[in-house]
Every structure is written in structure tokens, then in C-alpha cells.
Design a protein around this ligand. Sequence first.
Ligand SMILES: Nc1ncnc2c1ncn2[C@@H]1O[C@H](COP(=O)(O)OP(=O)(O)OP(=O)(O)O)[C@@H](O)[C@H]1O
Ligand SMILES: [Mg+2]
Length: 300
Amino acid sequence: MNRSEKIMQKNPEQSAAGGFRRKDVRKIKKAAAEEKAAPAALDREQDKDFFGQTLSAKEVNLWYSSFQALKNISMEVPEKKITALIGPSGCGKSTFLKCFNRMNDLVPGCRVEGSFFIGKTDIYGRTDVNLLRKNVGMVFQKPNPFPMSVYDNIAYGPRTFGIRRRAELDRIVEDSLQKAAMWEELKDRLDRPALGLSGGQQQRLCIARALAVAPGVLLMDEPTSALDPISTGKIEELCCELAKSTTIVIVTHNMQQAARISDKTGFFLLGELVEFGNTDDIFTAPRDERTERYITGRFG
Ligand SMILES: Nc1ncnc2c1ncn2[C@@H]1O[C@H](COP(=O)(O)OP(=O)(O)OP(=O)(O)O)[C@@H](O)[C@H]1O
Ligand SMILES: [Mg+2]
């Protein structure tokens, strides 16, 4: 229960009658305004209202100094589906993906034009970047567990957002590992160093770590390119399971993977989005000849 609700609960009669003392009304309004400005940590429902789970890019251009890496890109990514981004090396897939949690802000000389929305929120407008990144998790090609225990890796994000109670952290760690289909594998090794896990386990741990702050959107940049087929299969299964509640955008060089798991596919070439549509259509009846040549392996 938040503070404004507590004040109201203290005065149930007045509340029911619709009559509060002026002093209480002022207090409630102040508490509600503060709560709005700083949403409660890990309150998934509240964040979802704030951000939503659809992604939208409109007429996006991006430069690294004088080099234009993205050219007039517009894309509508549906919520709770898997969207794959494909295309040859250097065509701007990672650059585009990173725009959705403002990772490019950290690159000197990088300039972005156009608009990016998550739900109804303009994420390059007046947005709290920490809150944005809590809602938009990211998993990279190379697993990057922190040099600490499995438990502390997963608890890291929730702790950053102010969760201290051990029981609450225990619940989040178990829940996140369950979602990443790793609980059985790791429940007796929670205090072991994460860097001692295999590559595939490390990558799933990184996914679990991203899930620990309950993001509505998960961005994955070639998450399986360094993994064996069994680990790859586990991550693909995991993506399909997560997509029931999470919007996933995945960059992949693996055409079979894109065809297997994604609902939508976007084909990038030299900084342009050549084609975007339902995965089945892109792979069976591409409209653009360049898409066809790429997916049939004739260039790239
Ligand atoms: N930090 C940076 N500074 C300058 N140029 C960059 C930077 N990051 C990327 N680029 C350039 O922008 C273009 C797009 O790069 P990006 O990493 O988005 O491609 P990609 O499609 O993800 O490629 P890959 O499949 O190899 O990962 C490339 O020409 C790259 O050299
Ligand atoms: Mg890339």
C-alpha cells in the first residue's frame, strides 16, 4: 500500500463519505505526487502503466560523429511477441536495439534524431533513465556475469532498487532462476562464483539477472552466438516461454533461429530497414529482392 492510500485508510469514514479535512487532502495530494514522481521499486504493474510494452521507432536517424549508422527507420514492435532483427554485420542492428534503453547515450559523438516510444512514453523525452533500464532489460552476446556469487548476481538489480529484506531477495532469486529454467540446476550452488559456470549457464544466469527487476521488455543481442546447440535450444525455449509476459527483441545471425522463434522479423541493410513483417511472410514470400537474397544466403 502506498502512502496516499495509507492516509486515506486512516480515515475510512471521511473517505467513504467523500469528506476529508483540508489538511488531509493536502497531505494525500503531496504523497500521491511524490509517488508518481518516484514509482515504487519493482512495482511491475505501476511501471507497465508508465511504459507499456509496445516499442515504436519513428523516422529514426543516428550518427556516430559524421558516420550515419541508422537511416530513417520506423518500426512498430508488438507487445509480448518475439521480434527478430537480422542483417549482415555492421548494418546497424545492435545500434538500433540499444536505442531502446538509451545505451547509445554513453557513446561520445553519438546523435539520435526521430522518436522512440515504449507504450506511450517518449523515452528520449523527460524519462528517468534508470527506471527505463529497469523496464527494458538487455542481454549481450558475451555473457557478462559479475564477479560475485550466483545469488548476488541476481540480487544485484533488486538491491539497487532498494530491496534489502533477505526473504524478499530469496523469493526474487528463486523466481528469476525458475523463469530462466535454472533453479533445479543452481539451487544448491547459489553461493558459488558465477564465473565458475559454463558459458551456456552464464548466459542463462544473465537472463535471470535481467528478469530479477521484472522488465516488461527484454533486448537480446545475439544471445546464443557463442553457445552450443543444446544451450542455444534452452535459451530459445526460454524466450518462447518469456514472451507470454515480456516483449522480446532479439538480434540474430542465425536464420533458422529467427524463423523458429520469432513472430516478426526486420531485415537491416547498410543502416536501413529494408523490410519488416510477419516472420512467416519474410521467410516464405519476402517483398524485397535484397531480403530474399540475404535469407537464402546469397549475400551477407
Ligand atoms: N561506438 C561506435 N562508434 C563509431 N561507430 C560505431 C560505433 N558502434 C557501431 N559503429 C558503427 O556503426 C555501424 C553499425 O554497427 P552495429 O554494431 O550497430 O552493427 P551490427 O548490425 O550490430 O553488426 P554485427 O552483426 O557485426 O554485430 C557499423 O559501421 C559500426 O562500425
Ligand atoms: Mg551487433
